[in-house]
Design a protein around this ligand. Structure first.
Ligand code: SAM
Length: 330
């Protein structure tokens, strides 16, 4: 039986942040310095993750995404990937990565049947890449991108759209879809920057991003969105790839949200904008049975916020969302 929440939305997709550590310092995600990484014992162990994924898979969760921090920064990530792909009921394993340490693993990821990679890339310009990520790593990301395409692993590029930072990159990123079977997704910037800085309006909303692209490509056409997609999909006639626009700040997609998250600290989030509704790490380490564990999960799913606005209002710390996305995973 699939799991449903209190708003009758199916829950079949788990996004897991395997670490809070990252080898980039994207300004919209993390402060440059003064970051307190979690000690290793505060992360869920691979055994704990497998127990949880196995249990959720029995109850109909069939899609997993590993993210972080940067997932490949965690030691032996490939062991976890091999184990997850072996679990009955898991139909799709996806990864979100910045691509810096990813390339050597691509042949094995292909063999393991990895469903897709979301590659974060906000600009194709090396200097702007340095300014945004505070690291000079654009070449290695490009190498990963090329290898993923060469191995036929479906690629989605994630680009956060930021006033004054990468607006000039929107069209060059769209141009990748001319000859390559890639999905380029433009994401509204969210306040998850770890800085405590908050904003109530956004310069580059999903509508403005679409208008900007349409201005350059009047033939831009809307295409059907996959079920439960958070992106509005478009394509340019004759181009091989497509474009996705993700209204992550405007939160227009909550009505069909099928996803739950587990943060690097082991907190269950039933909405990106909540501040954790169940501490899985404490629960897993308290000696509970699988039945008790599942019972706690079901209770959390039965109290899920209707949308990201309600979730943000209900935060226990009464602070608007501001924590670093590196602990949540996107
Ligand atoms: N390190 C991996 C990577 O770079 O893809 C995975 C983790 S990263 C936190 C996941 C995604 O979150 C990236 O695509 C990143 O661009 C996005 N992200 C981080 N902070 C964000 C923010 N403030 N607003 C919108 N997206 C954000």
């Amino acid at each position: 039986m699939p799991l449903f929440d209190n708003h009758n939305r199916p829950i079949n997709y788990l996004r897991l942040a395997v670490t809070d550590r990252c080898n980039l310092r994207c300004f919209y995600c993390m402060p440059e310095e003064g970051i307190h990484y979690l000690p290793k014992k505060e992360l869920l162990t691979y055994e704990e993750i497998i127990r949880l994924v196995r249990l959720l898979a029995v109850h109909g969760v069939s899609k997993i995404r590993l993210t972080g921090g940067e997932p490949f920064v965690r030691a032996d990530l490939m062991d976890l990937i091999r184990n997850i792909t072996d679990l009955p009921g898991i139909k799709e394993l996806h990864l979100t990565t910045n691509g810096i340490l990813t390339a050597p693993h691509i042949p094995e990821l292909k063999k393991l049947g990895l469903a897709s990679v979301n590659l974060s890339l906000d600009t194709l310009d090396r200097e702007r890449f340095k300014l945004i990520t505070r690291r000079d790593e654009a070449e290695r990301v490009k190498e990963t991108y090329d290898l993923l395409l060469k191995h036929g692993i479906p690629v989605k590029i994630n680009a956060v759209v930021m006033e004054g930072k990468n607006i000039e990159d929107i069209i060059s990123l769209v141009e990748l879809t001319r000859t390559q079977p890639v999905s380029v997704r433009f994401i509204e910037e969210m306040p998850f920057n770890g800085e405590g800085s908050h904003y109530t309006s956004l310069a580059w909303t999903y509508k403005k991003i679409i208008d900007h692209i349409r201005l350059h490509y009047p033939a831009l056409e809307k295409i059907t969105d996959p079920e439960n997609s958070t992106a509005y999909h478009y394509r340019i006639p004759g181009y091989k790839g497509n474009i996705g626009i993700i209204a992550a700040f405007s939160r227009t997609f909550c009505g069909t949200c099928n996803r739950i998250r587990i943060t690097a600290q082991g907190e269950l989030k039933t909405c990106l904008y909540d501040d954790g509704v169940l501490n899985m790490k404490h629960l897993l380490r308290s000696g509970v049975s699988d039945a008790e564990l599942m019972n706690e999960l079901l209770k959390a799913f039965a109290h899920r916020a209707k949308d990201g606005f309600e979730a943000e209002q209900k935060r226990k710390n009464h602070q608007p969302a501001h924590e670093s996305m590196s602990t949540i995973g996107g």
